[in-house]
Ligand binder design. Structure first.
Ligand code: MN
Ligand code: ZN
Length: 411
């Protein structure tokens, strides 16, 4: 996927753009965006709206061919809802509809000429990012482990954004940001999708090392002996039943001033959670390869941060291991001592998340962080309480004055 800017001024207009397809917005109540008006020389777009071929509802589409000579080969009309109140949801629906239509086009390149500045409470950069993230989402495939891969999909590979010349440089910056975020998301998805026999603690550590090399980050991977020396008895108790060696990954992006307190992102990295001796039921147990979703999320976040060279100090910390049953595994009732010196009675070995994370949280105190964000697939109780789409957010100061909680909620 390639993204670029098509800068518009008095000489280069919407009507003069030569491309395989141009996507323009129409609204409910049969209203046309200014880009749609510019292409409606023969009245065919108005006629399509009048006839009801396209409703203008957010996400509705209609593909027209051969509207104007010397112009785009195809015009994709996409509904954006109510003209004077385009919501984030409406715009996202339109963006997804556009990229979905692009995937089946017989054209390699297309132009998106939506009114990027029309979204309530959001700027053009947000709207451009939304299109790019939708396009990359639609293009994402995980087929590296397939013995017979599907043939490469056709459709649009190059998307240009038509923006007024004055907005070109901020639009370019939006592309850079969105591509970095999409690259981070793809890494997170890949790590999640790899099965536990590929994505082991060692694999996560190697991923961090590779990223450190590519983006000049600082990386340190602690092994069992070093974790024993640190007295991480809680974390290590989870690894007792597994033959996969545990890893403790520390990845640093030093983009800020040396004296700036770092933001620390901790990610749970259980690459397979069988439950241990408190074994989980067999049905859907394969999904427990996703118990490293926190680790994948913070690695993906770090990739985006590093690619954008953000002027921040950020440290990613990942305790990673398998939770398996065996003759050497931790047993219900066992008592272990954490790095902080507290003793813990383990009544259920499937509650291992808190056991690996508490030692990681004690470890990160040494960085005197400005903030610590801990990302984890901690417990199925979160789904029971909040459903499948929401994430639980817990802070120490659970009130309206907690700036960090509010920032995270807004993000
Ligand atoms: Mn568990
Ligand atoms: Zn778990």
């Amino acid at each position: 996927m390639d993204f670029s800017i098509k800068s518009l001024d008095a000489k280069s207009t919407i009507g003069g753009i030569k491309t395989g397809c141009i996507a323009v917005a129409v609204f409910e109540d049969k209203k046309l965006s200014s880009a749609a008006q510019a292409l409606d020389r023969k009245g065919e777009i108005s006629a399509a709206l009048k006839s009801g071929d396209v409703s203008g509802k957010a996400g509705s589409t209609l593909l027209l061919r051969g509207l104007n000579e010397g112009s785009a080969e195809r015009v994709l009309l996409v509904g954006l809802g109510k003209q004077d109140a385009v919501s984030e949801k409406d715009f996202n629906a339109a963006a997804q509809a556009v990229v979905r239509a692009f995937t089946t086009l017989g054209s390699n390149e297309a132009v998106v000429a939506l009114p990027f500045d029309a979204v309530a409470n959001r700027d053009s950069a947000w709207a451009i990012r939304s299109v790019i993230l939708s396009a990359r989402e639609a293009a994402y495939r995980f087929d590296s482990l397939k013995s017979k891969k599907d043939p490469a999909a056709n459709g649009v590979k190059k998307i240009a954004f038509a923006v007024p010349a004055a907005a070109a440089s901020s639009a370019k910056e939006a592309i850079t940001q969105a591509v970095a975020v999409a690259n981070g998301i793809d890494l997170t998805k890949d790590l999640g999708n790899f099965p536990a026999n590929v994505c082991t603690p060692t694999y996560l550590a190697n991923t961090a090392k590779k990223m450190a090399k590519e983006f000049k980050l600082e990386v340190e991977v602690l092994d069992r002996k070093q974790l024993q020396a640190l007295k991480m008895g809680s974390f290590l108790s989870v690894t007792n039943g597994s033959v996969e060696p545990p890893k403790f990954i520390v990845l640093k992006h030093n983009g800020g001033k040396a004296k700036d307190a770092p933001t620390v992102l901790v990610g749970k990295g259980i690459t397979f959670d069988s439950g241990g001796i408190s074994l989980k039921p067999g049905a859907a147990m394969d999904e427990m390869k996703y118990d490293m979703g926190g680790a994948a999320s913070v690695l993906g976040t770090m990739r985006a941060i590093a690619e954008l060279k953000l002027k921040l100090n950020v440290i990613v910390v990942i305790p990673t291991c398998e939770n398996m049953p065996s003759g050497s595994a931790t047993k219900p009732g066992d008592i272990v001592t954490s790095m902080s010196g507290q003793t813990i009675e383990i009544l259920n070995t499937d509650a291992e998340g808190r056991l690996v994370l508490c030692d990681a949280l004690t470890y990160v105190e040494r960085f005197k962080p400005a903030a610590v964000v801990d990302v984890a697939t901690l417990t199925g109780a979160c789904i029971t309480a909040l459903g499948h789409h929401n994430s639980g957010l817990f802070t120490r100061n659970d009130d309206a004055h907690d700036a960090l909680a509010n920032e995270l909620l807004a993000a």
